[in-house]
Design a protein around this ligand. Sequence first.
Ligand SMILES: Cc1cc2nc3c(=O)[nH]c(=O)nc-3n(C[C@H](O)[C@H](O)[C@H](O)COP(=O)(O)OP(=O)(O)OC[C@H]3O[C@@H](n4cnc5c(N)ncnc54)[C@H](O)[C@@H]3O)c2cc1C
Length: 393
Amino acid sequence: MNRNETPEDRAFRAEVRDWLETHLSGDFAHARGLGGPGREHEAHQERLAWERHMARAGWTCVGWPKEFGGRGATLEQQVIFNEEYALADAPARVNHIGENLLGPTVIAFGTGEQRARFLPPIVAVEELWCQGYSEPDAGSDLANVQTRAVLEDGRWRIDGQKVWTSLATEADWCFAVCRTEPGSSRHRGLSYLLVPMKQDGVEVRPIVQPTGTSEFNEVFFDGARTGAANIVGAPGEGWKIAMATLGFERGVATLGQQVGFRRELEGVIDLARRTGAIDDPLLRDRLTRSWMGLEVMRLNAVRTMAGVAGGAPGPESSISKLVWGTWHRELGELAMDVLGAAGLVAAAEPYDIDDWQRLFLFSRSDTIYAGSNEIQRNIISERVLGLPREARP
Ligand SMILES: Cc1cc2nc3c(=O)[nH]c(=O)nc-3n(C[C@H](O)[C@H](O)[C@H](O)COP(=O)(O)OP(=O)(O)OC[C@H]3O[C@@H](n4cnc5c(N)ncnc54)[C@H](O)[C@@H]3O)c2cc1C
């Protein structure tokens, strides 16, 4: 915050703060703090209503160009927006995937018709999205995608299985990486298709996670259909488009998350004061390191932002992903160590884990999704530092 903000930025911050303060009241007062990692199902309808309320006032997709329904906010203003959003304890967003992943991809690579068809319902929060990349044998090795799509009677017919698909139960559409050239292998012959989820050929099976909730799912395509024009890029260009989406996911999509992290860290410090754990020199040292790690993360985010201004993030976005994922997972471990034996007891009612336990359990996934730590290190070493490539089959 306060990174040499211009007068315009300060005015923008005040505008966002005022709007949130005014509107997170009355019917929406109870929406504060709803949702978040490990609590994705919480009050979905209320959060949807809140996000549509934001949309009507022009506060969704703030970073998109105005011609596509956004506000044309600068990168700095997008950070400000996300910081103020977190400071207001506003509810977790329901259309993060549409707004931050699919939307920017369609803006960058979509046709005029696709922009006209798909962007307005994202801005209005009328259509929610999920990301169909991973498969049972294609996670880190995404190029091994086996889900097939063929043009049949003027439409794509899709058969195969995706897995770990976040929020698929709520999604209206999925952007799916599919193999469209029979006999092709690896990065070649893949396409990036936009597939409606609410149809007979799509089955979603929730996967229960350690938190007891099902943020992600298995998705089975069994003769699912989508229009021939619902392909971003040309047939066979799916890898390029999929990587661009990942760049958005690892980069700009995480703007402003430090405010939420800071609140969590302050909570852990407060917990340590209450339990007396703060008197343990080793825990105090880890709390201090955590605080410093957050500062490093913030400075790194500012540096990364300066590098991506005006364009799609490059491989450097992997640095941010590696840093924040690791920091947040360690914060979850620290919270458990601060709690001590109490961390082993499900103390929330009715016999449920509490927010600290939820943080610990969910943050195990931070170093896996959007590309595991090992994969981020590979990207940084090969594509940022120019070190020799790892051996590949
Ligand atoms: C909470 C959560 C939400 C998710 N949401 C989605 C979603 O919405 N859509 C979607 O498509 N996917 C989603 N994923 C899937 C995620 O992208 C994959 O889990 C991730 O890419 C890792 O793939 P994998 O699980 O198949 O593990 P694997 O690829 O099998 O990896 C297993 C281990 O081997 C390591 N490893 C693999 N290859 C290498 C290598 N070349 N060098 C060094 N180490 C390696 C990995 O780092 C990991 O530790 C989600 C995952 C989680 C945890």
